[in-house]
Design a binder for this molecule. Sequence first.
Ligand SMILES: [Zn+2]
Length: 276
Amino acid sequence: MAGKKTVEKKGGIHRARAAGSQSLFRYPKLRIGAGDRARFWFLSDGEDEYFDGARFHLFPRTTRSGKVYNQEVMCLRLRTDGDESCTFCEEGHEEMALRFSIWIWVDHVLHLGDNPDPEGQAWEQIRLAAEKGKKKGRIMFKEAIGQPMVIWMAYGKEWVWFSQFDAALNQYGTLEGRLYELKRVGSNMQDTDYTLSMVKATKLPKTTAEKVEAARVSIDQIFAETVSGAGTARRPTRLSDNQPEDEAEEGAEEAGEEPQEEEGIPQEEEPAEDLV
Ligand SMILES: [Zn+2]
């Protein structure tokens, strides 16, 4: 992730190689593993162009390392209420799913274990507030992020994931001005669940403005780009090296080792409210 040393020589084969291995999805997606908690601000008030949802055609693909994932291509027919045609619908493709997406500013992600990258920096340890009936909260490892990303999620069974975002907007009238936490439990399609909580009312730091300005495009544009890049959906996968999207991250994150007990670890605030 962040903090990696960049390669000095960027031209020639380096650029050719980079272009070839570029992900079809060029916006940074929030990816969290089992037990992770992402702490973030919304970069949307909830009713603007930075929060959107649509129906996507799913095309199974395989990465070079053998991971199976779905390439997601927005259905133009459903997006436009039938005004525009969709080549995939016309071909009788029926494997589809709903997705919603929102721009967020990720401040940090709390992990159960330390940085799995042996060459990366160790993450700072923090202690969560104690749960009821316990003397001490658990220790987690804090990966500083500090960049805009998009949440890209399934609506969940009976819209249970989506409805938490809906609840936040209903409760506060805007998604802005509060720090939130998205917590993931489980690691595969069957046992994964997400909980959105409001941590505290606090403004997004002004120092983020420039990075936000540079990164943020409408979610509609991001959705549209899945269609313009869809020619590759049926191309042989043998030479592609796209990063797995969504479901494919499953299993990538192992539950971390039990953190060592240590004194003097800063305490992390617990979310004030769950939005279930
Ligand atoms: Zn379609």
